[in-house]
Design a protein around this ligand. Structure first.
Ligand code: 13P
Length: 286
């Protein structure tokens, strides 16, 4: 082996130390990033001022100071101000269930990312199957919304998932892969940095029939591998949630799965006791 001169040795040692230090910082960052589970309430089109107030006060009393779990509430647009006023001094974050892909202009009925930021929203659900089926949202539209959210510093929660027919035909990975590919092709894999993907098999939403931990594990692994193959760091940092008939009982097993970083919760997020049970399952699973 070629010997290095003194000056080069010192520089090589310093570089070695620097590499070690940055590896340590990177490991710490990864640990911090993947440390907290994320549990998101998707209230869908439910609630009113009075019910929300009761529910939010219950959330604040029971799940606002969890150490290992970030709780988020995504309510209909008109209630963002209420979320802000009741949650602003707590650790519970809030967000919306959709946003416009455009920045501003003549788009009647749309709500922009900047408007969500006016109410200190931090998260936004994108591409939920209830929207893509009922309002014919294309993968391209969803991709544009995703990048708009990112450009405004909102954390997008991108929903992906297959129908029952697609699962039975064994093409679920192809379907989910295609949903991700549209975003990757348009904006590259780095757009997923610090984003959240929620695997929501359509057959599990609101049916009481959740995916088994094994089914969820396998799809979560597929999603992470797909992003990691393009950018390992982004793939490692990605939070992948599971959504679809999560309840306090099945949450215990689901959240134990190493690749399940939390949940996107519909029906059970409208009941303070049940939502608390799910958040506590996440807290214990960490
Ligand atoms: P449920 O928890 O009611 O099945 O809804 C899941 C969902 O769609 C979350 O976005």
């Amino acid at each position: 082996m070629r010997k290095l001169g003194r000056g080069r040795r010192i520089r090589a040692n310093a570089l070695g130390e620097l590499a070690l230090k940055s590896k340590k910082v990177m490991t710490q960052t990864l640990k911090q990033k993947s440390f907290k589970k994320l549990v998101v309430a998707n209230w869908k089109m439910h609630g009113n001022l009075k019910q929300n107030e009761t529910l939010l006060k219950d959330f604040v009393a029971t799940i606002s100071n969890l150490k290992n779990t970030q709780v988020v509430v995504c309510a209909p647009y008109p209630y963002l101000a209420q979320l802000q006023s009741l949650l602003q001094d707590t650790d519970i974050a809030w967000g919306a269930q959709n946003l416009a892909k455009e920045e501003i202009g003549a788009f009647t009925g749309e709500v922009s990312a900047a408007m969500l930021k006016d109410f200190a929203a931090r998260y936004v659900i994108i591409g939920h199957s209830e929207r893509s089926t009922a309002y014919c949202e294309s993968d391209e539209n969803i991709a544009k919304k995703f990048v708009t959210a990112k450009n405004h510093g909102l954390t997008p929660i991108l929903c992906v998932g297959e129908t029952l027919i697609e699962r039975e035909a064994g093409v679920m990975e192809m379907v989910v892969g295609k949903q991700l590919d549209t975003i990757i092709k348009l904006y590259g894999p780095d757009v997923f940095v610090d984003a959240v993907i929620s695997y929501e098999p359509i057959w599990a939403i609101g049916t009481g029939l959740a995916a088994t931990p094994a089914q969820a594990k396998s799809m979560h692994q597929f999603i992470r591998n797909k992003i990691s193959a393009l950018n390992n760091n982004v793939g490692n940092r990605l939070k992948i949630l599971y959504g679809g008939s999560v309840n306090p009982q099945n949450a215990v097993q689901l959240f134990e799965v190493s690749n399940i970083d939390g949940g996107l919760i519909g029906k059970c997020s409208l009941n303070a006791k049940e939502f608390e049970g799910i958040c506590q399952a996440a807290e214990k699973a960490n």
